[in-house]
Design a protein around this ligand. Structure first.
Ligand SMILES: [Fe+2]
Length: 311
């Protein structure tokens, strides 16, 4: 398999490694994955958190991506690293020289070769920017691959990909809907002793509960904080987990061990973001070819596929 298809060995961890004391104890956390260098979405998330008393921000990887402009890279890096963060495949791959993993996305076969090769070109350009900031780059490489949080009675495994890999696709919406995948999900919860997983990486949201006989558990994949998640909707999504519900509207909500697990819309300034994106990635560039349509129109994806039962 070529670069961008592999899941490097160093990306793997045992689900049982999440069976540990929490690093974060909070009444509410915002899990923000897949910011993808969207400075406007980051501004919006900070404003939301400032209004939501006691909410802690946790960035679960791929906060960098489109931010190849030096000032954008520094703005994203400085803000994110002032909070709790784990590294995604993007941060892992720009922290080191080319490993053979390309963008480290471990893309499944339904993603085209052309798209994988464009992603590899994006990571090369982003790595060029990161090289100018050796100290920041070193810190990215030192970020953990996962965190454990305690929110009320709920134990939360915070990951980028899934329960066993930084770039795993085991928490993708279609896998979670697949009955054949249930046994894997069950073992992930059993081995980690988590009540919840908060993930990202697959770029499409999912929020599903499961009951394996010891009470409901849930997987909340926020999709992307910095890109549209649904057709015709120009906003990102974050996962909020709190002992009390969000004061505003939630796209979807489940309750696990008394914790409210919610998909919350990030209504960032699209026009401003579009101008910033186009300045770095004009027509004909790798990121424009792969992402402009999604940034403008959203992906071909509907809320019914993310959370089959209406909120
Ligand atoms: Fe990722």
């Amino acid at each position: 398999m070529g670069p961008g298809r592999n899941c490097p060995l160093a990306y793997r961890y045992a689900p049982a490694s999440l069976d540990r004391d929490p690093e974060i104890v909070a009444d509410a956390i915002y899990v923000v994955g897949g910011l993808y260098g969207n400075v406007e979405a980051l501004d919006r998330v900070r404003a939301m958190a400032a209004e939501d008393r006691d909410a802690a921000l946790v960035f679960n990887g791929d906060f960098h991506w489109f931010d190849v402009a030096r000032e954008d890279f520094l703005a994203v890096d400085g803000t994110v690293l002032a909070h709790r963060a784990i590294r995604g495949n993007v941060e892992t791959e720009i922290a080191s020289e080319e490993s053979g993993a390309g963008c480290g996305c471990a893309y499944p076969m339904d993603v085209s070769d052309a798209e994988v090769s464009r992603s590899n070109r994006i990571i090369e350009r982003l790595r060029d920017t990161a090289r100018e900031f050796p100290h920041a780059r070193k810190k990215l490489g030192e970020l953990p691959m996962n965190l454990v949080a305690q929110v009320g009675d709920a134990r939360v495994g915070i990951v980028h990909g899934d329960a066993s890999s930084l770039a795993g696709w085991g928490f993708a919406h279609d896998r979670l809907a697949d009955a054949g995948h249930r046994r894997w999900v069950e073992s992930a919860f059993r081995d980690s002793r988590a009540d919840l997983f908060a993930s990202s990486h697959t770029c499409l949201p999912a929020l599903r509960t499961f009951d394996f006989g010891a009470g409901e558990v849930a997987i909340a994949n926020n999709g992307a904080a910095g890109m549209p998640n649904f057709a015709g909707r120009r906003s990102g999504i974050l996962t909020r987990i709190g002992v009390a519900p969000y004061a505003g509207a939630a796209l979807h909500r489940v309750i696990v061990r008394g914790a409210h697990v919610e998909a919350i819309e990030i209504a960032y300034d699209h026009e401003r973001w579009a101008r910033r994106f186009l300045a770095a990635w004009p027509e004909g560039s790798a990121a424009h070819d792969s992402y402009w349509r999604r940034i403008s129109d959203g992906p071909r994806f509907a809320p019914e596929s993310a959370w089959p039962r209406a909120a």
